[in-house]
Design a binder for this molecule. Structure first.
Ligand code: GRF
Length: 187
């Protein structure tokens, strides 16, 4: 096991969060905390079931992005992680965060195609013959930081949004833990 700590940020169902916990926690590294901006996020129960501390920082309680980001930064820093992993964290971050933490993000398209929050549908509906995922460093530009890893798949005849989404999830669940371990080993 590497002597490394990560913090995971999430907003939704937390399938990536759960996958990282199940594959890596107390095996390759320590997941010291999971932080969400949504009090109703499905991932909260998943993390707590594995005894991972969960902090809820509700963005609606903050006047602007910077004040939310300052609260988030303070909380992240309290855990002194080696790396922060954004796994379905659906917030636009300001330089308050992006310039002060070392973080990676998983995005459900072959960047630079289909940046933003609607990537799966846009990629599915596009004329591109492939779909895919990207893992990139978090920078000041939304979904625009340096790409670390990508994987793609062919769209098949009769592909539905559901089957397309399932392929993306499966790739995320494979590539994100692999990439985290690779980064932490190189630190
Ligand atoms: C993933 O597709 C991720 O790429 C995107 O949000 C989704 C999160 O899913 N940004 P989950 O919460 O990990 O299940």
């Amino acid at each position: 096991m590497l002597n490394r700590k990560i913090v995971i940020l999430f907003s939704g169902e937390g399938s990536n969060l759960l996958n990282i916990i199940e594959k890596l926690h107390n095996k390759e590294l320590e997941v010291v905390a999971a932080i969400t901006n949504r009090p109703d996020a499905g991932g909260i129960a998943k993390a707590r079931a594995h005894h991972i501390p969960v902090d809820i920082i509700d963005h609606k309680k903050y006047a602007d992005r910077e004040s939310f980001d300052r609260a988030l930064l303070k909380q992240v820093r309290s855990y002194a992680p080696d790396l922060v992993v954004l796994a379905g964290f659906m917030r636009i971050l300001t330089p308050v965060i992006t310039q002060n933490i070392k973080a990676i993000n998983v995005h459900p398209s072959l960047l630079p195609l289909f940046k933003g929050g609607n990537a799966i549908r846009e990629s599915f509906e596009s004329s591109e013959p492939t779909g895919g995922i990207s893992i990139h460093w978090v920078s000041n530009e939304l979904d625009g930081g340096e790409i670390i890893a990508q994987e793609s798949f062919q769209k098949e005849a009769g592909e539905t949004l559901e089957s397309f989404t399932a392929k993306i999830r499966a790739l995320e669940h494979k590539l994100l833990p692999e990439t985290i371990v690779q980064i932490l080993k190189a630190l």
